[in-house]
Design a protein around this ligand. Structure first.
Ligand SMILES: NC(=O)c1ccc[n+]([C@@H]2O[C@H](COP(=O)([O-])OP(=O)(O)OC[C@H]3O[C@@H](n4cnc5c(N)ncnc54)[C@H](OP(=O)(O)O)[C@@H]3O)[C@@H](O)[C@H]2O)c1
Length: 290
């Protein structure tokens, strides 16, 4: 499978996102613990060298499962996490952007995963003006400065930024020399196209979240789109694979981290790398994308 640079690492274009491992709503233990462990083990067995996780998935559940399933980790496995959020008791997502919170977030990930350095950590921006009053927001400059300090101390190899606007990505490139951007992007949601282009021009990996439209009930699912299903049927693939193959073909700096709680879906997602879409397939898919 092709690779792309994630900072100093060359990783396969298809990795694995761990957000579906915990229970419903990304809270608590998995629906089926054995299956969750099997997903991680199978991913490693099939050569996955890039896992995206977060301490706040569960919270604590995803990292604990990854460690139980895969420790000691293969030498080439790049573990990527994120900081900037916490969970409340009801599963709400709470901003935790203060420098000391970013630092403890990195340290919690290192401890729970049992490693001394994370391959990359995304600064997950939660303090959007629409959700947090100005006096509770932390200047991006101060957040990036803490991430740079953590990198200088060797706790993280690369810095990423997530749910960021173009201006925030530009600031992060300038101030912190980021290695990846993690924003929502899929065939059905291309609102972030300009940030993807910026990353493409700068040789920065772009790891779209919600590549299939997420597990959340209200967002459109790529695999249920009529054009996706028509192309899948014509080429003898599964619809989810067509959505992932479109992303792979779209820009070479896209690194996939589809999330799943099922071994069967994991195997399908990894096999999407073997699918070549024709220019006609791509045109048909893109004309259907809204
Ligand atoms: N930075 C951020 O703010 C942020 C936000 C969200 C996610 N993320 C990261 O991005 C990763 C991907 O996003 P996501 O997991 O939320 O959404 P996603 O990958 O778009 O979709 C996950 C959903 O698709 C289903 N699915 C997966 N493979 C399938 C297949 N082959 N056929 C049919 N259905 C399939 C999963 O169900 P099953 O479990 O039944 O397979 C789940 O409901 C996450 O795992 C996480 O690591 C980051």
């Amino acid at each position: 499978m092709d690779t792309y640079a994630l900072g100093s690492y060359a990783v396969h274009r298809i990795g694995f996102g761990a957000m579906q491992l915990p229970g419903r709503g990304v809270m608590g233990p998995p629906r089926d613990r054995d299956e969750a462990l099997a997903v991680v083990r199978r991913a490693i067995e099939l050569g996955v060298d890039h896992i995206d996780t977060a301490q706040y998935y569960g919270p604590d559940v995803a990292n604990e499962l990854i460690r139980e399933a895969a420790y000691p980790y293969p030498e080439n496995l790049v573990l990527v996490s994120k900081v900037g959020a916490f969970r409340d008791e009801k599963g709400g997502w709470i901003p935790g952007q203060r420098p000391e919170q970013l630092r403890s977030g990195v340290e919690d990930n290192l401890r729970s995963l049992g490693i001394e350095r994370l391959g990359a950590v995304n600064l997950r921006l939660m303090d959007h003006p629409s959700t947090l009053p100005a006096d509770q927001r932390v200047a991006l400059e101060d957040q990036l400065a803490e991430m740079v300090a953590l990198r200088e101390e060797g706790k993280i190899a690369g810095i990423g930024i997530s749910t960021a606007t173009r201006a925030q990505v530009e600031q992060a490139i300038e101030q912190a020399g980021i290695v990846c951007v993690q924003n929502a992007f899929s065939l059905l949601d291309q609102k972030d196209a300009d940030v993807l282009e910026l990353c493409h021009e700068r040789g920065i990996a772009y790891t779209p979240f919600f590549p299939l439209g997420s597990a959340f009930p209200n967002s459109p699912k790529v695999q249920r789109n009529a054009a996706v299903q028509a192309v899948a049927e014509r080429i003898g693939a599964m619809p989810a694979q067509v959505g992932l193959a479109w992303l792979l073909a779209h820009r070479d700096n896209i690194l996939l981290i589809p999330g799943t709680s099922r071994v069967g879906h994991l195997e399908q997602n990894l096999a999407a790398g073997e699918i070549t879409l024709s220019p006609e397939d791509i045109a048909e898919l893109e004309s259907a994308a809204v």
